[in-house]
Design a protein around this ligand. Structure first.
Ligand SMILES: *Cc1c(COP(=O)(O)O)cnc(C)c1O
Length: 305
């Protein structure tokens, strides 16, 4: 069994010159973690790499994890398991609906065993307190929390900041989408300068506590959570967001997903127009991947992207 997850490494850092970045006089860079691997993309690759190394070292042959029906994490675990020779078990929130959506169909094609749990039970049984139950049911397995967000995952994400700093870009602002906040926490821990702006992909501000816990540092000069860019909540959208994502693709050639990276880049755009970034500032946005989710999004809402 190979002990490392393959990728292009380091991921490219791309300068984006768009009409609005040039008008504002800022230097915008995009860390292209979406290019790390075709099926284990973005921050899911960063989070999984150290976890899978630990699983291999501990002699595990089975991975078990949790996710929603369109979860980028489930898809990534299924693909990584296939690649490295792990059996994979995915506990999915909700009921099985045939035909499976593109995310779950992909996971199953990669060999992941899917088990569906009603929403109420899912909430309780994904918790670490219930993990012994899963071990008893499926045998010894390496369990990854929902979103893959544990301490090893946070340490894997420190490399995002380290790679950028190593090439000599002096960052004033880092900007990254947040779901559980583990990726933002890794960047906060890995950076030596600049402020991290974590753009919440969902409503509510509980992520602030999660980021503080994962990073070991309270919000303030090192980082802040931006809670005004979720477009109605997790996986919710507005026509404005869709138009932005499509226009961004036309002008930059880069695809964004509407769940995370589209909202993150929308925040960069709005903050730039509002003059939030001083002239001459260097802003590094993280493309955390998630493009596998576009097919499922289009299937649900009509071919918007
Ligand atoms: C999962 C995911 C996130 C959220 O990452 P967290 O570490 O949970 O905050 C952001 N962007 C994309 C594309 C994701 O798939």
């Amino acid at each position: 069994m190979p002990d490392a997850l393959p990728s292009i490494s380091p991921s490219p850092l791309q300068r984006l010159r768009l009409p609005w970045t040039e008008a504002a006089g800022i230097a915008l860079w995009l860390k292209r973690d979406d290019l790390l691997h075709p099926h284990i993309s973005g921050n899911k690759w960063r989070k999984l790499a150290p976890n899978l190394e630990a699983a291999v070292l501990a002699g595990h042959q089975r991975l078990l994890t949790f996710g929603g029906a369109y979860s980028n994490h489930l898809a990534a675990v299924a693909a990584a398991g296939r690649l490295l020779g792990f059996e994979t078990i995915g506990i999915v929130r909700g009921e099985r609906v045939e035909p499976l959506n593109p995310t779950l169909a992909f996971a199953e094609r990669q060999g992941m065993q899917l088990h569906f749990l009603a929403r109420s039970t899912f909430r309780l049984r994904k918790k670490p307190e219930a993990w012994a139950e899963w071990q008893a049911r499926f045998g010894p397995c390496f369990i990854l929390p929902e979103g893959g967000s544990n301490d090893l995952a946070v340490s894997g994400c420190t490399a995002i900041a380290q790679e950028v700093e190593r090439v000599g870009v002096h960052v004033d602002y880092w900007i990254v989408a947040a779901g559980t906040g583990a990726t933002a926490a890794g960047i906060i821990r890995g950076k030596t300068r600049g402020q991290v702006l974590a753009v919440s992909a969902l409503k509510g501000d509980f992520i602030e506590r999660e980021i503080a816990r994962h990073a070991g540092i309270e919000a303030g000069t090192h980082w802040q959570l931006l809670t005004r860019y979720h477009h109605g909540g997790f996986a919710k959208w507005t026509p404005e967001l869709i138009d932005f994502v499509n226009a961004f693709r036309r002008t930059s050639g880069i695809r964004l997903d509407p769940i995370y990276t589209g909202k993150m880049m929308w925040a960069v755009y709005r903050l730039t127009l509002q003059g939030f970034f001083p002239k001459g500032a260097t802003v590094v946005a993280i493309h955390t991947g998630g493009l596998q989710g576009i097919a499922g999004f289009n299937e649900r809402f009509g071919n918007l992207i």
